[in-house]
Design a protein around this ligand. Structure first.
Ligand SMILES: [Zn+2]
Length: 269
């Protein structure tokens, strides 16, 4: 009987144990994923609750988004749906490419966009981009990073960047770019710890208490240590390493390389 903000979010009400998610939940695949993503924000908050106040946060601002998506990578697998009794039979290999294409349209297509938002904003903040150039600079970034152009001519007073919530909302955006790499590093490390030998996109670490304990140990660090130490605590790596993304999508890459052979891919800026 009233207007509410349905955009899902995770909240830590008392900096201790009262953790909740707020969302307008429906029973469908999207919300099934979102519940997992949001709840993991809560698990992170609970894990670092004993840190001093200033350290009650993610190791860096990419971590909070990455850990939710990391759990989501397990939660989206048919392996997990089968483990929890939502799917009777796990689809065979023939379903791998459609699954990976769907994942790539989400995870890979996001990367250039995740990068261009702050590249545009930094140009505005350091004075390289004047107000008169705001829209042209946005379109130029779209073309440079995403290979996209506006569907028609833009008017002189257009401000397309303002349609992205995080621009007028002043929310940093590189965190999402980083999170889209970190989550695959976490997923790969978790699957290795679990002794998984199949393809990464079919790996679910659901129910593995050892992996959970190691992941929780990293989350308990909160922001008390530099982020490479938190990354190392779980993955053994101190860097941002996109090779885990390439490993996850390797079967799709092989398939696309064969399909696109002889075709002219890419664009000119
Ligand atoms: Zn989130």
């Amino acid at each position: 009987d009233r207007e509410v903000v349905c955009h899902a979010s995770a909240w830590d009400l008392d900096n201790a144990d009262d953790i909740r998610i707020k969302m307008c939940t429906q029973v469908n695949g999207d919300d099934f994923y979102t519940v997992h993503h949001e709840l993991v924000h809560n698990y992170y908050q609970r894990a670092y609750k004993d840190q001093p106040f200033l350290f009650k946060n993610g190791a860096n601002d990419g971590f909070h988004e990455a850990i939710g998506d990391f759990v989501g990578l397990s939660a989206l697998t048919p392996t997990y749906l089968n483990q929890i009794g939502l799917l009777q039979t796990v689809p065979g290999e023939a379903e791998d490419i459609p699954f990976l294409l769907k994942m790539a349209l989400d995870k890979i297509a996001f990367l250039p966009f995740g990068l261009m938002v702050d590249r545009w904003r930094w140009g505005v903040f350091n004075g390289e981009t004047s107000p008169a150039e705001y829209n042209d600079a946005w379109s130029a970034n779209m073309l440079r990073y995403q290979g996209l152009v506006p569907p028609g001519p833009r008017p002189a007073n257009a401000f397309d960047a303002g349609a992205k919530y995080h621009i007028p909302g002043n929310t940093p955006y590189t965190r999402y770019f980083l999170a889209h790499i970190y989550q695959f590093q976490f997923h790969k490390a978790a699957c290795e710890q679990a002794g998984w030998t199949g393809p990464l996109h079919r790996c679910s670490v659901y129910g593995n208490e050892e992996v959970g304990a190691r992941f929780n140990a990293m989350m308990e660090m909160g922001q008390s240590r530099p982020w490479p130490e938190a990354m190392q605590a779980f993955t053994g790596q101190r860097e941002n390493d996109a090779s885990a993304v390439a490993d996850y999508f390797a079967p799709l890459n092989t398939w696309l390389t064969a399909r696109n052979r002889g075709k002219d891919c890419g664009w000119e800026t």
